[in-house]
Ligand binder design. Structure first.
Ligand SMILES: Cc1ncc(COP(=O)(O)O)c(C=O)c1O
Length: 387
C-alpha cells in the first residue's frame, strides 16, 4: 500500500534522543559497559506500600471498568496535598483535572486554548513536550532565553510588546528540566502581573516540585496572589513518587480553564485504571514521608556528582533542586561531539544541551538516575574527555 504521513509529521522527526539511543544500543551489543545518565526516568522503585495498594486493588475483579477520569478519591487527595504542602485551597470537583502522565496533559493543553497562529511563550532551553503540544495545536512558539546571568529565569521585560499582545499561553517549569533553576515568589508575582496585563494563560510545570536540596520547598505557582485567576499548575506522580510507568498526573488551577480541559479530555480517553488512581491517592496522602526519602537520596547524588566532576577539573555547580546537572562543556567543545565522545571514550551517556533548544548548545544535561557509587565512577571516567 502507498501512503503518505500527514504534513504535520514533518515537525516530528527523529531526535537526538533516538540517535543516541540507537548509538548506545550498538555500543552495548559490542560489549561497552555504559553508565547511562541520559533520561530522567526514576531508577528507584515506588515505596512498598504504594506497590501493595496497587497489587491489592488490581486483584479486585470489579476494578477493570472505565473510570472516565479522576475519581473523587484522587481529586480529594490532590486537594489535600496542595493544602498541606502549600496552604492552597482547591475545590476537588472543579479545580483539578487528571491526565495520563503530565506529558499527555502538556501535549494536549495547547489544543484546548490556542488557535493556529496564536503565540505560545516558552523557554529556550525547555522540556521537549512543550514544543510538541504547541506544534499539534498549530500555535507558534516564541522562545524566551534562559540566561545564566538571570539565574536561568526568563526575563519577561524583554518580550516585545507586539509578541506579548498576541500571546495566548505562557509555559514555565521550575525547578526545571533541563535547567534546574528554582522558582521564587517575586518571579511568580511578575508572571501573574504580566499575564493579567496581556491576558495570557499561564501553565506552570511543577514535575520536580519535591526535588529540592536547600530545605526551602519550591513555591507553587498557585500560591501566589492572582495565580488562580490566570493559570494552572501541572504536576505528576512520575518523579516525586517514582511512579513514571503508572502514567498519572493532574492539572490544577482556574476552574473555567480546568472545565475546558475536562471537556477536551472527555473526547480523548476514558480515564486511568482505578488501582493506579488508588495507589496515587495513597502516595499523595503520604507525600511527606515518601518524598523525603527520595529527596535525601537525590540530594546525595547531586552532591556526589558535583564533587566528583569538580575533582576532575570540570567546574559545575550543585543544583538547588530538580533531577539534573546542567553542566557547561569544558573548552568550548561542541555539545553533540562531546556527548558522543563521552560515550566512546568514557562510557558515560549524557544528553547534549541543544536537544532542548539552541540556547543549550554549550551545555550537557546529566540525569541523577544512578546510585552515588555509580555517579562517582561516572565522574572519574569523564576525566578523559574534559580536555
Ligand atoms: C519538566 C517535565 N515535565 C513533564 C515531564 C513528563 O513526565 P510524565 O509524563 O511522566 O508526568 C517530564 C519528564 O521527564 C519533565 O521533565
Amino acid at each position: 500500500m502507498i501512503f503518505e504521513p500527514s504534513s504535520k509529521m514533518a515537525a516530528f522527526q527523529p531526535s537526538i534522543f533516538s540517535d543516541l539511543k540507537n548509538y548506545t544500543t550498538i555500543k552495548k551489543q559490542q560489549g561497552a559497559q555504559l553508565i547511562d545518565l541520559s533520561l530522567g526516568s526514576p531508577d528507584l522503585p515506588p515505596s512498598e506500600q504504594i506497590r501493595h495498594v496497587l497489587s491489592q486493588k488490581s486483584a479486585d475483579a470489579s476494578a477493570y471498568g472505565y473510570t472516565l477520569g479522576g475519581t473523587d478519591q484522587f481529586y480529594a487527595a490532590v486537594a489535600d496535598y496542595y493544602k498541606r504542602r502549600s496552604g492552597i485551597l482547591l475545590n476537588p470537583q472543579t479545580d483539578i483535572v487528571q491526565t495520563m502522565g503530565s506529558q499527555e496533559g502538556l501535549v494536549h493543553l495547547p489544543l484546548a486554548f490556542c488557535n493556529p497562529g496564536d503565540i505560545v511563550l516558552t523557554t529556550n532551553p525547555a522540556y521537549v513536550a512543550y514544543e510538541a503540544g504547541i506544534t499539534l495545536s498549530g500555535a507558534v512558539p516564541y522562545y524566551m532565553p534562559l540566561r545564566e546571568e538571570n539565574g536561568f529565569l526568563p526575563d519577561l521585560s524583554i518580550i516585545p510588546e507586539d509578541v506579548a499582545k498576541k500571546a495566548k499561553l505562557l509555559i514555565l517549569n521550575l525547578p526545571g528540566n533541563p535547567v534546574p533553576a528554582m522558582p521564587n515568589d517575586n518571579f511568580f508575582k511578575q508572571v501573574v502581573a504580566f499575564a493579567k496585563k496581556y491576558n495570557i494563560i499561564v501553565l506552570h510545570d511543577a514535575a520536580y516540585s519535591e526535588f529540592y536540596f536547600t530545605g526551602q520547598k519550591p513555591v507553587s505557582f498557585l500560591a501566589v496572589a492572582g495565580a488562580m485567576e490566570v493559570g494552572m499548575e501541572i504536576n505528576s506522580l512520575s518523579k516525586s513518587f517514582s511512579l513514571a510507568g503508572a502514567r498519572i498526573a493532574y492539572i490544577a488551577g482556574n476552574p473555567k480553564m480546568i472545565s475546558v480541559l475536562k471537556q477536551l479530555k472527555s473526547n480523548l480517553d476514558y480515564g486511568i485504571f482505578s488501582p493506579i488512581q488508588e495507589a496515587a491517592s495513597f502516595a499523595l496522602n503520604h507525600a511527606e514521608e515518601i518524598t523525603d526519602r527520595l529527596r535525601r537520596e537525590f540530594n546525595k547524588r547531586a552532591e556526589a556528582l558535583t564533587k566528583g566532576l569538580n575533582e576532575i577539573g570540570w567546574p559545575v555547580q550543585k543544583p538547588d533542586g530538580g533531577m539534573f546537572l546542567w553542566a557547561k562543556i569544558p573548552q568550548g567543545q561542541d555539545d553533540r561531539s562531546f556527548v558522543f565522545r563521552a560515550v566512546d571514550e568514557a562510557g558515560v551517556v549524557m544528553i547534549p544541551g541543544s536537544a532542548f533548544g539552541t540556547a543549550g548548545k554549550s551545555f550537557v544535561r546529566i540525569a541523577l538516575v544512578q546510585s552515588v557509587p555509580v555517579l562517582e565512577q561516572a565522574a572519574a571516567r569523564l576525566k578523559k574527555v574534559i580536555r
